[in-house]
Design a protein around this ligand. Sequence first.
Ligand code: ADP
Ligand code: MG
Length: 335
Amino acid sequence: MKIKDIGEFGLIDRIHAKAGRSSYPVIIGIGDDASVLDVGSRNQAVTTTDMLVEGVHFLRDSIDPFDLGFKSHAVNLSDIAAMGATPVQSFLSFGLPPDMDVEIIDRFMDGFLEAGKGVPLSGGDTVSSREGWLISVTVIGVAPAGKVLRRDAAAPGETVWLCGPLGDSAAGLSILLGESRKVNEEDADFLIQRHNRPLPQLRMGRILLETGISHCAIDVSDGLLQDLGHICECSQLGAELELESIPLSRPIRELAAANGVDPYMWALKGGEDYSILFTVKEEKEKKLITVLEREEIEAFPIGRMVRGEGIVVYRDGSPMDTGKVGGFDHFRENP
Ligand code: ADP
Ligand code: MG
């Protein structure tokens, strides 16, 4: 059997089965945005790691090394945000082609440190690579013991909320790839910036944890359907979404209109927005709305968790066919 036959998540399941369930002091092992470790104090350690590979995640000649540094840190910080934790240290490892200009790494580091906003770089590893540039980042965060936001903590009847608009990153990528014709420079820059420098929603995650408004969250890195699908699977529930409730920015609407495409497709399947998806019990919604206003953060209800399995998306009140709207899988042909 080839890896492409089982896909990225089939392979992770297989690795998980071999490794077995984790036990104390590991509170959450494989399967969430980050792993949680009891370190015998009021805080637990929350750890996540991600890898970026030249030719897969980026093309060396077409990405600004500053943006690459920014993004490689931001995507890890986003996983920490999805747990409601606070990042406290980062580790950075490189596989580097010997003929690469050191100035590229200087610029990469400027972006990496900018995204971290003071999270100290505390170690890493540097080796040579024959097959292009490899970047591996690990971030450790802390969260009050027993309070992290988990993928498996949704309950039926809870409303699904989304922090921030969706699809901008995929729309920006479509401009970069020449698939969409830009409407104007300013909007194009905005969408491309959303792709190149995603902003981890650390404040949102922390507020959800501290107020106890939500216990369940994930960051949207692989597309809304896929990531909400992870919450459904882990919580053994289904979900219903109203397509028109998904927040879209003005630039994405205008880009879609000018190119004759459906902006919701970017929102449903395009990943890399790094917004936070979370679920809230009905009785906590009032409190959420008050907190969002006070903190000046935007979030939008887009659907609900239901008994059963799978996600049904309603468009104009009727279920739509989402069969071809998959998310990103590293080993399968992506839609
Ligand atoms: P995210 O998109 O939040 O980074 P992923 O979808 O990449 O999460 O991974 C899903 C889960 O599988 C995570 O808990 C991750 O730590 C785990 N995982 C991925 N690859 C491996 C691996 N090679 N060995 C062990 N765990 C893995
Ligand atoms: Mg994640």
